[in-house]
Each structure stands twice: as C-alpha cells, then as structure tokens.
Design a protein around this ligand. Structure first.
Ligand SMILES: [Zn+2]
Length: 320
C-alpha cells in the first residue's frame, strides 16, 4: 500500500490535483487558479509546482510513500498524451505526457476531461456497475462522455461524444466552435454569461451586476448560486433557459441511445444540481419519447468536483 497515484484535472479556470491511494481514496487535494493568459510555460510550471506540493504533502505524512503514476485530464483533443487542441488553455500542440514524464520520472497518462469524468462516475460514482451511460458536464464549456456496452465510447476516430456541440437551436447564438446554437452556446457558463451581460446592457437589473462591476470576466458557479438564492429574476431566467436546453439535448440522447442512466456533472451542477435537475427533467419529459424517458434514470454526479480526478486515477492505474 505504499504506492499512490497522482491525479490532475487541468481546466481553463483552475487546476486541481489529488493524491489517491490503492483503495481509491483521495488523501490530499491541492488547487490553483489557472494563469491561462500567461502562456504555455507559466501554466506548465503551475502544473509542476502543484505536483511537487502534493508529493511533499505525501512525503511529510509517509516518508517511504511513492507516486507510481500520474493521470491527467484536460479539455480538448488529446492524442498519445499530446494536447492537439484545447479551448481556454494555452496548451495547443503540447506534449503533456512527455513533459511530465521527463520532469517526474513516472509513467503519465493524459485523457479528455469529460471522458475521464464519465469514467470516474462509472467506475466509482453514480453509474457504478451500469453498461450504457451518458455523462453531460456543464462548466465553462459542456463536455460529454459515453459508456456503451460496458466500454468508453469515443467514436471511430476518438473525437466523438461532443455533446456540448449538439445543435439544439440552429437559430441560436454563435458557439466557440463556429456553429450556431450548440448546447454549449446556450447552456454553459460562457453562454449564460453572454446572455446575462447582454440583458444587463439593455438595462435589466440583476444582483449579478455587482460582480461584473468588480471586473469579473468569468461567471463563477458560486456567484450564480448566490443570485439564485436571492431569487434574482435574471439569474433564474437564464439558468432556467439553460436547463430547458439541457432537457432538449437529453431528450435527443434518450431517443437515440436509450441509456440506463444520464449523469449531469461539472461545476454548475455541483453547485446548483438540486435546483437544476427537476427543471432538466421537466424539459426532457416534454421532448423525449415517453418510453425512453420513463426507463432512464436521470441523476446528478455523485463525485461532484472530483469526477475527473477519479477518472484520471483510473487511467493512471490502467496505464491506458
Ligand atoms: Zn459548438
């Protein structure tokens, strides 16, 4: 029991790391806000100091302990441990696996964060033991993960399960990918923030104004939760609309794939899941074929902010 895995969840807003033992228990975590605007070298040095800090914490507790492998999750397109393209991070064309292996001298595995969040929930969380599961992870963007016949499914070329880029309204706003009306453009934090700012500019009053006046460029889940708790009209309207679209996407996925379960996760759901789930269900019920809707369990992630870390732990253990 003296070797451990080190799991990383590298996102555009924050980098989260953990040391996890062989019984799949998270021993320590460490978090840092991503300095995405400062370029590749700065972000990589943030990642390595976070790893160092976690290693030191482990060594203080247990002097003979060793990190046997590192698993890392990151948004975007990843091939053989190299990040080919990633939104919101300055790590395009970055060989993360090799760079971390050269620095720490342990085997490193890298995967897409949404796929890893899905396998985290499947191996250790809400979807444990099931064979057909879909994960929808709502954060800065929207990631998706699919488990088919008891295996992770990523499509013929490993670039599928992009649930965030399912078109839910072809007349909708532009998405970061260049298309119009993707789920991500109307239901992610980025999409919601755009709508909130547009409405405030038009003169709508909202509790969220005070955050934007302070110069926040991002919509934090905690800000939105505060506004919802205060029954802020604009926040409720925008989040309800996001839930309606998550329900529309859910209905299409139910009809197409007939899964046993759909798991909703990501920062916004970790923070506001109890509010969101009934709204998503109501919308999905309206749009899905009745027999598909009634057979499937729709639920929130049980690992919450740790879903990707647990998926990265599983990836590191299996050295995929
Ligand atoms: Zn898109």
């Amino acid at each position: 029991m003296n070797s451990f895995t080190l799991a990383l969840d590298i996102g555009g807003t924050k980098i989260l790391g953990a040391v996890i033992d062989k019984s799949d228990t998270i021993l320590f975590t460490e978090k840092a806000p991503t300095k995405a605007g400062k370029g590749k070298n700065e972000v990589f040095s943030q990642i390595t100091s976070l790893v160092e800090n976690l290693k030191n914490k482990l060594r203080d507790e247990n002097p003979t302990a060793e990190i046997a492998a590192i698993g890392a999750g990151c948004p975007g397109l990843i091939e053989n441990g190299t990040i080919l393209f990633t939104p919101n991070l300055p790590l395009n064309q970055f060989p993360l696996k090799t760079a971390l292996e050269d620095t720490f001298n342990v085997p490193v595995s890298v995967g897409n964060d949404a796929t890893l969040s899905m396998s985290g929930e499947w191996k250790y969380g809400a979807a444990k033991g099931l064979n057909h599961v879909i994960g929808i992870f709502v954060g800065t963007g929207i990631g998706g993960g699919l488990i088919f016949n008891g295996e992770v499914y990523e499509g013929a070329y490993g670039i599928g399960s992009e649930i965030g880029h399912m078109i839910v309204n072809p007349e909708g706003p532009f998405c970061g990918c260049g298309a119009k009306g993707c789920l991500e453009s109307v239901a992610s934090k980025t999409g919601m923030l755009k709508e909130i700012k547009k409405q405030i500019k038009r003169g709508r009053k909202s509790d969220l104004e005070r955050f934007f006046e302070k110069g926040y460029g991002l919509l934090k889940s905690s800000m939105l939760r505060e506004a919802i708790e205060k029954k802020d009209e604009l926040a409720i309207e925008v989040l309800d609309e996001a839930c309606r679209y998550l329900g529309v996407a859910t209905a299409s996925l139910l009809n197409l794939l007939n899964p046993e379960m759909i798991v909703y996760g990501g920062g916004i759901v970790s923070s506001l899941g109890t509010y969101m789930l009934p709204k998503i269900l109501e919308s999905a019920r309206r749009y899905a074929l009745q027999k598909n809707f009634s057979k499937t369990t729709l639920t929130c992630s049980s690992l919450k902010d740790y879903a990707c870390l647990m998926g990265a732990h599983d990836l590191a253990l299996n050295r995929k």
